[in-house]
Write a protein that binds this ligand. Structure first.
Ligand code: M6R
Length: 609
C-alpha cells in the first residue's frame, strides 16, 4: 500500500527518487509524485497513473533539480486516483508523503477547517500536512517537536516522509505501523518503504521502530523517540544484492520469480536440515516445545492462506493434529476459540499485512503462542511473533506471489515432518526419507520449468474464456485454490476453485462449452475419483485441462489438454503441480496483454484492512 522514498546527498535527488519509486511501484500504482528542493524552494511534480505518466509529464514541464527530496507511489485509499489527490501534499511550510491510513482524519480536518485552514485534496494525507504545519507554527519552527505533537493526534497506520521549506538540507521521516527504513550511504541518506528501493546505493540501514522519528542530512541520520530523546540504532546490512530486485533478462518479475523457485527452496530449507532431519531450533522451535500444543491454527490472507491450506492437509496427515485455517480478516472479528495451549501460525510474505498482524496480536492477547512464517526481514509480524521462521525467497516484486508461496509450503512441510516425528506419528527413518524427498523438489521443479511449452498452448486456449473452474480433491483442492487466484488476479478472467466432489451440489449447473475446467489430479488414491468428476463436466461440454502425473494415462478424450508432471511422492506433489498453474496464469495474462507484474486495483503489501 503505497511506496515512500526520500533522499539527501550529492546526487540528483529526482533521479534517485524516481529510480526508487520504480522499484516500489509494486506497492501501488494509482499515481506518483516527488518533491525536491530546487534552489532551496520545494518543487512538486505529481501525476495520476503510473510512474511513466509522471516521467512523461516531467519531460514536458521539467524535472525539479536539487539534492534533497521525497517521493511516493500511491494505492488510493481516501480520494480517487487523480492529480490533486496524488502525493506529495503540502500545508504551509510542510510537504509530505504518506503510506497508510489516518482513521480520525475527519475530526482533525474539522478542527483545521475551524482554524481557517484550506484543503486542496480529498486525502487523509493532506490533513497530516496541515496539522503538522499548524504545530510547526505553534512550536516556533522546531520540526521534531511539531512532528511529535502531530503524531500524538493521529490514529491509524502510517509512515511519513517529510520536508520542511525552512530546512532545505534535511529529510524527516517517521513510522507507526507502516514499514520504513533509513538507508545510510557515504555522505548521503535515504528513506524507503523497503530495501529494494535503495539497494543500488547502499546495503546499510536502520529499521525504524513504530514511534521513531528520523532526521536525515548528508552527515547521517539521527533517530528520536516520541519523547524527543535521541536513540542509538543498530546499523543493519541487507543480504540481498541489486540483481535480486531486477528482472535479470526476464520479460516480467513474475516469470523471473517462478524460475527462482528451486533456488529459493534450497535457501529456505537447507539451513533447517541437520543430519537429514528437520531442525528448527534456531527459529525457537524444539520437539519438546511442539508437544506442548493442543491445537494449531493457521491464519493468513490470499496466497499465504492457500499455503496454510496445504499445511493443514500435510500436518493432519502426518502429525495427526487437527488444524484450522482462517482468513485473517475473518479470524480477527469472529471471536475465535483460541487460547493457552494453542499454536497460531501466521504466514505472510510481506510481514506487514494489516489483518494478519492484527490476528497475530489478537492470538497473543488470547494467550496462544504464535509462530510467524515471513519473508520480509524485520517486518512487524516477524518482530512480534513468539517464534519465527524466515523464508529465504529474496525480494518478491511481482504482485502475484509465486516463489513466496513455494517457500511457505516448503516450510509447512519441514514443520509437519518435525511435528510428526516429535509426537511419534512417524519414525526417524520415515522423517529422513520425507526430508530427503523435500530436498529433491528443486531438481524436479527445474525439470518442469524446462518443459513449459504446454502451458503456453493451454493459455492460448483459455484467453477467450470469461470464466473458469479449478477442481481437485485433497491436496489438489488446496492447490487449485492458488491456481485459481493466480489466474484471476493477473488475467482478469473470473475463476473459482472447487472441491471436485462438491461440483454436483450446485456449481455444475454453470458448466457449458464456454467454461473451461482445470482439473488437478496428482494424488494416487483420489485419481479415479477426480477423473469421474472430469467426465461429468466433459459430458456437459466443458473443455478440460488436466494437470497430473505424466505416467497417468486417463482414457482417451477425458481431457483436451494435459500437463504431465514427473512422478513423485504424493504428499509433495503440490510443490510440483503449482508450477504449471503459475505458468498457465502467467502466459494467459501475457496473451491478454494485461500488466502482469502490476495487475489493476492491487498492491503487493496490504497494510490497510
Ligand atoms: O504479504 P502477505 O503474504 O501477507 O500477503 C497476503 C496476500 O495479500 C497475498 O498473498 C496476495 O494474495 C498475493 N499477492 C496474491 O498473489
Amino acid at each position: 500500500m503505497c511506496g515512500i522514498v526520500g533522499y539527501v546527498g550529492q546526487r540528483e535527488a529526482a533521479d534517485v527518487l524516481l529510480d526508487g519509486l520504480s522499484r516500489l511501484e509494486y506497492r501501488g500504482y494509482d499515481s506518483a509524485g516527488i518533491a525536491v528542493f530546487e534552489n532551496e524552494i520545494i518543487k512538486v511534480a505529481k501525476s495520476k497513473g503510473r510512474l511513466a505518466d509522471l516521467q512523461a509529464k516531467m519531460q514536458k514541464e521539467g524535472k525539479p533539480s536539487g539534492h534533497a527530496g521525497i517521493g511516493h507511489t500511491r494505492w488510493a485509499t481516501h480520494g480517487e486516483p487523480s492529480d490533486r489527490n496524488s502525493h506529495p501534499h503540502g500545508g504551509g511550510n510542510v510537504t509530505l508523503v504518506h503510506n497508510g491510513i489516518i482513521e480520525n482524519y475527519k475530526k482533525l480536518k474539522e478542527f483545521l477547517l475551524s482554524k481557517g485552514r484550506k484543503f486542496e485534496s480529498d486525502t487523509d494525507t493532506e490533513v497530516i500536512a496541515q496539522l503538522l504545519d499548524y504545530y510547526y507554527e505553534e512550536h516556533h519552527g522546531n520540526p521534531v517537536e511539531a512532528i511529535v505533537k502531530t503524531l500524538k493526534e493521529l490514529e491509524g497506520s502510517y509512515a511519513l516522509g517529510i520536508v520542511f521549506a525552512d530546512f532545505p538540507d534535511r529529510v524527516f521521516a517517521m513510522r507507526k505501523e507502516s514499514p520504513l527504513i533509513v538507508g545510510i550511504g557515504e555522505n548521503e541518506c535515504f528513506i524507503a518503504s523497503d530495501m529494494t528501493a535503495i539497494l543500488k546505493y547502499t546495503k546499510n540501514y536502520y529499521l525504524l521502530e513504530p514511534g521513531e522519528i528520523a532526521v536525515l542530512s548528508r552527515q547521517g541520520a539521527k533517530v528520536y523517540n516520541l519523547h524527543y530523546q535521541k536513540i542509538e540504532k543498530e546499523l543493519k546490512t541487507a543480504d540481498w544484492d541489486v540483481s535480486a530486485a531486477e528482472k535479470g533478462g526476464y520479460e516480467h518479475y513474475m516469470l523471473k520469480e517462478i524460475h527462482e523457485q528451486p533456488e529459493s527452496i534450497k535457501k529456505t530449507i537447507t539451513p533447517r536440515i541437520e543430519n537429514g532431519l528437520p531442525n528448527l531450533e534456531e527459529c525457537g522451535i524444539t520437539p519438546e516445545k511442539l508437544l506442548e500444543f493442543n491445537k494449531i491454527h493457521i491464519v493468513a490472507c490470499g496466497t499465504a492462506m492457500h499455503a496454510g491450506m496445504v499445511g493443514k492437509y500435510v500436518i493432519e496427515k502426518l502429525a495427526k493434529i487437527s488444524v484450522n485455517v482462517d482468513i485473517a480478516s475473518e479470524f480477527r472479528y469472529r471471536e475465535p476459540l483460541v487460547g493457552e495451549g494453542d499454536l497460531v501460525i501466521v504466514i505472510s510474505q510481506s510481514g506487514e499485512t494489516a489483518d494478519s498482524l492484527a490476528a497475530l496480536r489478537l492470538s497473543k492477547e488470547l494467550g496462544a503462542k504464535t509462530l510467524a512464517i515471513v519473508n520480509a526481514k524485520g517486518s512487524s509480524i516477524a518482530r512480534e511473533a513468539d517464534m519465527l521462521i524466515y523464508t529465504h525467497a529474496g525480494p518478491e516484486i511481482a504482485v502475484a506471489s509465486t516463489k513466496a508461496y513455494m517457500v511457505q509450503i516448503a516450510v509447512m512441510y519441514l514443520f509437519a515432518f518435525e511435528l510428526a516425528l516429535a509426537n511419534k506419528k512417524i519414525d526417524e527413518t520415515e522423517c529422513r526419507r520425507l526430508t530427503a524427498l523435500l530436498q529433491g523438489t528443486p531438481d524436479k521443479i527445474s525439470e518442469i520449468l524446462e518443459h513449459k511449452e504446454m502451458t503456453q498452448l493451454i493459455a492460448s486456449e483459455l484467453i477467450t474464456a470469461d470464466s473458469l473452474l479449478y477442481i481437485g480433491r485433497g491436496l489438489d483442492y488446496a492447490l487449485s485454490m492458488e491456481g485459481s487466484l493466480k489466474l484471476k488476479e493477473i488475467s482478469y478472467i473470473h475463476s473459482e476453485s472447487y472441491a471436485a466432489g462438491e461440483l454436483k451440489h450446485g456449481t455444475i449447473s454453470l458448466i457449458t462449452e464456454n467454461m473451461p475446467v482445470i482439473a488437478v489430479a496428482t494424488q494416487q488414491n483420489l485419481f479415479d475419483k477426480t477423473i469421474s468428476n472430469i467426465k461429468e463436466v466433459k459430458a456437459r461440454g466443458a473443455r478440460v485441462v488436466l494437470v497430473s502425473r505424466e505416467s497417468y494415462q486417463p482414457e482417451k478424450d477425458v481431457a483436451d489438454f494435459k500437463f504431465g508432471l514427473p512422478d513423485y511422492e504424493d504428499l509433495l506433489m503440490p510443490m510440483l503441480a503449482v508450477v504449471p498453474l503459475q505458468l498457465i496464469a502467467y502466459y494467459t495474462a501475457v496473451l491478454k496483454g494485461t500488466d502482469v507484474d502490476k495487475p489493476r486495483n492491487l498492491a503487493k503489501s496490504v497494510t490497510v484492512e
